[in-house]
Design a protein around this ligand. Structure first.
Ligand SMILES: [Ca+2]
Ligand SMILES: [Ca+2]
Length: 215
C-alpha cells in the first residue's frame, strides 16, 4: 500500500466514523418500537392509580439499533379533536402534559423505553366527529416514529367508565362509522367484542374515576 492510498483509506475510515457518530443518538423510526397492533387505550384511574389496562411502551433506538437513553418521547393528540388527555397523568411527575399543544411527554430510560399509561377521556357527545385510525402521532426528539389509534374507556369525561359511556359506545357502534375511541379490541372496526371488553374493563373498576381533563 502506498503512502497516498494509506492516507486515503484512513481518511475515508475517519469520515465513516464521523458519519456514524453524527447519527448516533438520532431516533430511527425503522429501529424503534411502537405497540403492535398500533393501538392503545386511554384510561381513567382508581383512587389516583392509573388503570394498568392502558400501559404500553415505546422503545427508541438509533440507526445503529442502539437504545437511546433520555429521549423525549411525545404523544401528540392535536389531530384528534375528540381525545382529551388529563392535565395530571398521576405519574409522579414522570409524564409532562402540555394542554395547549395536546401532548403527553416522557423520557426514555437506559433501555430506550418510555412506558405510558395515558389518563384521559373522549369528548363524545353521541357519534360526534372523532379520530379514525392513527389519530395520535408519536415523536422521539422531534422525529416522527409513527401513529397510533387510541381507544378510550371514558367516553364523556365524567364518572369514570360508566353507564353513559356504554350508551355513547352503542351510538358510535350503531352509526356504522369508525371511531378509534370505541375500538377496544384494536380490530379497526366496531363490534360485539369491543362491547365485551369495555364491560370487562368497567367491571374491573380500574377506570372507576375520570381524570382531571385538559380544558
Ligand atoms: Ca364516563
Ligand atoms: Ca373492534
Amino acid at each position: 500500500m502506498t503512502g497516498l492510498v494509506r492516507k486515503a483509506t484512513l481518511l475515508s475510515a475517519c469520515s465513516l466514523l464521523v458519519a456514524a457518530s453524527a447519527f448516533a443518538g438520532v431516533p430511527s423510526p425503522g429501529n424503534s418500537t411502537l405497540p403492535s397492533p398500533a393501538f392503545f387505550t386511554i384510561v381513567g384511574h382508581s383512587l389516583g392509580t392509573p388503570d394498568a389496562l392502558g400501559t404500553f411502551s415505546v422503545v427508541v433506538r438509533d440507526l445503529a439499533n442502539n437504545p437511546i437513553n433520555g429521549s423525549s418521547v411525545v404523544l401528540d393528540f392535536s389531530a384528534a379533536a375528540d381525545l382529551v388527555p388529563a392535565s395530571d397523568q398521576l405519574d409522579a411527575g414522570a409524564s409532562t402534559v402540555n394542554c395547549v399543544a395536546k401532548t403527553v411527554r416522557k423520557f426514555s430510560d437506559v433501555t430506550g423505553t418510555a412506558s405510558f399509561t395515558v389518563v384521559g377521556a373522549a369528548a363524545n357527545s353521541g357519534a360526534s366527529p372523532g379520530a379514525g385510525l392513527n389519530g395520535v402521532k408519536v415523536y422521539a426528539d422531534g422525529v416522527l416514529l409513527g401513529s397510533l389509534t387510541a381507544a378510550t374507556l371514558d367516553q364523556d369525561g365524567g364518572g369514570g367508565a360508566g353507564a353513559n359511556d356504554l350508551s355513547l359506545w352503542l351510538t358510535d357502534s350503531g352509526s356504522l362509522g369508525y371511531f378509534g375511541r370505541s375500538d377496544y379490541d384494536y380490530s379497526s372496526d366496531l363490534g360485539a367484542n369491543d362491547l365485551s371488553l369495555w364491560l370487562t374493563a368497567s367491571g374491573a373498576l380500574g377506570s372507576s374515576e375520570s381524570g382531571t381533563l385538559c380544558p
